[in-house]
Design a binder for this molecule. Structure first.
Ligand code: HEC
Ligand code: HEC
Ligand code: HEC
Length: 333
């Protein structure tokens, strides 16, 4: 049947693969509803699934199921797509060397699903901040190769067209203030005419992930599932209105430098130095005066591929007070 006109697998699959499929259909199917019901009756701590998981699965997935970035955290998958997870637990996944549990019996598989459903899901605050770091420069942050050809959506007449990897940064087309051609990048070297992302604040992350995989953006080819998810969470939940923090005309913080000094000295000076002269390639006073929107984005989300703390869960007043203090720091020779 697999070779008939309806299916057309005569050419696509080898005789051996067709035989395996036939054996799966004839002898390998499981009553999935029964299995799901069995999992539903498992009480936490009743089975040894935690130990089976820790020894059989955690090498790849991590003890909390969040290590692999090509799939969602296993806890979320198990809660949201239990049938798929049961199928993968029974059979492994395509192209992979993950162990398949089918010979250990249905109870083991059902208990495993129940255990996976207790694992943590995505941490939204961490996901949003990570999305912000990817928005800054996903190439640096994921440690992958820098793109050699310009992004097809980057206008060929715009200033950075010959700096290929720059044209792939979200911020290069949409701006540090998220306003694209309506904000800081309306004019100057960074102008592209491309609109901002403000209208997508609050939009369902799934829709944003689809947009990032679209032919306009092409990020499905270079980023993993979790990276796209973090970016989508950032776009939907992580944007801020920069105008409430920074005076758009002068570029000065709306905060209080005196109050900010104490925060800066306790939280930032360990890396940046009391006078702002350490760590960064350029002096902290200068960068915060020249491009405060960039600074606030980094302060909210941290820096790509770095351990700098993200302040987004802290009172925004603290952030603008620190920024005000940093803007007063002067270079000394
Ligand atoms: C050798 C490494 C390895 C081991 C060991 C392993 N896995 Fe996996 N697993 C993977 C990889 C890689 C993927 C992602 C496949 C992909 O890209 O679709 C995956 C995917 C999955 C998925 C699908 C997640 C989703 O959202 O699509 C589930 C469920 C899963 N594994 C469960 C388990 C369980 C349960 C165990 C232990 C019995 C286990 N894995 C052991 C490597 C492993
Ligand atoms: C090379 C330029 C370029 C880069 C880089 C880029 N985008 Fe876009 N983006 C566009 C263009 C062009 C549009 C508008 C498409 C349209 O309206 O048809 C757009 C639209 C969007 C929108 C929808 C805005 C709206 O109101 O319609 C979002 C959200 C978005 N991009 C997010 C991102 C994220 C996140 C990244 C980084 C992963 C990114 N973009 C990188 C060019 C770019
Ligand atoms: C663990 C070390 C560390 C700590 C702590 C830290 N930073 Fe950073 N920060 C860095 C590094 C590394 C960079 C990137 C420097 C570079 O690439 O030029 C950076 C960059 C920045 C930038 C962007 C500079 C630019 O090039 O535009 C700002 C703004 C900033 N940090 C502010 C802060 C503030 C505010 C605090 C305290 C709340 C802080 N940092 C704490 C390590 C740190």
């Amino acid at each position: 049947m697999l070779k008939d006109a309806n299916h057309g697998y005569g050419e696509l699959l080898s005789e051996g693969d067709r035989l395996d499929l036939a054996n799966f259909i004839a002898g390998g199917q499981t009553d999935m509803r029964k299995l799901l019901a069995l999992a539903g009756r498992t009480k936490p701590g009743q089975s040894t699934s935690d130990k089976v998981y820790a020894t059989l699965c955690a090498n790849c997935h991590g003890l909390d199921g969040t290590r692999l970035r090509q799939v969602p955290p296993l806890g979320d998958s198990a809660r949201q797509r239990p049938y798929e997870v049961l199928h993968v637990a029974l059979n492994g996944h395509p192209g992979g060397n993950m162990p398949a549990l089918r010979t250990l019996g249905e109870e083991t598989v059902a208990n495993m699903l129940a255990y996976l459903q207790t694992l943590p899901g995505i941490n939204l605050a961490a996901s949003i901040a990570n999305g912000g770091r990817l928005y800054d420069d996903w190439q640096v942050h994921t440690g992958g190769q820098r793109q050699a050809l310009p992004h097809p959506a980057y206008p060929s007449h715009a200033y950075y067209a010959s700096a290929a990897s720059e044209t792939w940064r979200c911020k290069e087309c949409h701006g540090w203030d998220y306003k694209g051609n309506q904000g800081q990048y309306a004019s100057g070297n960074h102008a592209t005419g491309i609109k901002g992302i403000r209208a997508f604040a609050g939009v369902e992350p799934e829709k944003i992930m689809a947009l990032l995989r679209s032919n306009t953006h092409l990020f499905g080819a270079v980023l993993k599932h979790r990276d796209l998810q973090d970016l989508a969470n950032f776009v939907s939940y992580g944007q801020i209105d920069m105008d409430t923090l920074i005076d758009a005309r002068t570029g000065l913080s709306r905060g209080d430098a005196t109050r900010g000094a104490a925060h800066y000295r306790t939280m930032c000076a360990g890396c940046h130095g009391l006078e702002g002269g350490f760590v960064a390639k350029r002096h902290a006073g200068r960068v915060t005066r020249e491009d405060p929107w960039h600074s606030v984005h980094n302060m909210m989300n941290g820096h790509p591929d770095d351990t700098m703390p993200a302040l987004r869960e802290i009172d925004p007043k603290v952030i603008i007070d620190i920024l005000a203090h940093m803007q007063t720091l002067q270079e000394r020779r």
